[in-house]
Design a protein around this ligand. Structure first.
Ligand SMILES: CC(C)(COP(=O)(O)OP(=O)(O)OC[C@H]1O[C@@H](n2cnc3c(N)ncnc32)[C@H](O)[C@@H]1OP(=O)(O)O)[C@@H](O)C(=O)NCCC(=O)NCCS
Length: 153
């Protein structure tokens, strides 16, 4: 475990990080992103950021910013490092990045079954603003996506 009060490195994700990212992604989600999705996001200049501790990736995120809106597309903390404030810290960093790029509102989508993520977002000032029906694959058919938003300014 790392002490989350310590200074963590924050840097852009590159192709050479994708072995480590995929190793985390596969353990963090029942329906993980593929390596190609990350690769495309890097190639197409999405903002792909990661936190590192002693050269080991412990959290990462992908955001897109268009005009004055940002979207958090992926936000992941290494499972062994969860529940010690890293998610909160990464969201704060993402919001700062979005603001610097001119975003006034931040949107994200989350599964209703992902209670820990929803709690984190609510505690961080996000509110539910919509529902995309049957959006995600799930064990029994499909699962809705809750759309959450936060005003950044
Ligand atoms: C959702 C996710 C990003 C949250 O990250 P996290 O690092 O576990 O979140 P945090 O530690 O910041 O917050 C979680 C809890 O830890 C608590 N916490 C925060 N700082 C803390 C600290 N310094 N010490 C101990 N606990 C702390 C928080 O209060 C929070 O508890 P609460 O929800 O009861 O208030 C993480 O669980 C994850 O990667 N999940 C799998 C991928 C995923 O589902 N991503 C979201 C897709 S929408």
């Amino acid at each position: 475990m790392c002490n989350t009060n310590e200074l963590l490195t924050l840097r852009p994700m590159t192709e050479s990080d994708l072995n480590q990212i995929m190793e985390i992604e596969l353990r963090a989600y029942p329906y993980p992103w593929t390596r190609n999705i990350f690769s495309d996001c890097i190639k197409h200049n999405y903002h792909c950021l990661l936190h590192e501790h002693n050269d080991t990736i412990i959290a990462y995120a992908v955001i897109s910013v268009a005009v004055d809106e940002m979207q958090i597309l992926n936000l992941t903390v290494e499972p062994k490092q969860q529940n010690q404030g890293l998610g909160k810290r990464l969201i704060t960093t993402l919001e700062m990045t979005g603001r610097e790029l001119g975003a006034k509102t931040c949107f994200l989508e989350v599964r209703p079954s992902n209670k820990s993520a929803i709690r984190l977002y609510q505690h961080h000032g996000f509110n539910e603003v919509g529902l995309r029906k049957n959006y995600y694959p799930a064990k029994k058919g499909r699962e809705h996506a809750i759309v959450m938003a936060k005003v950044l300014l």
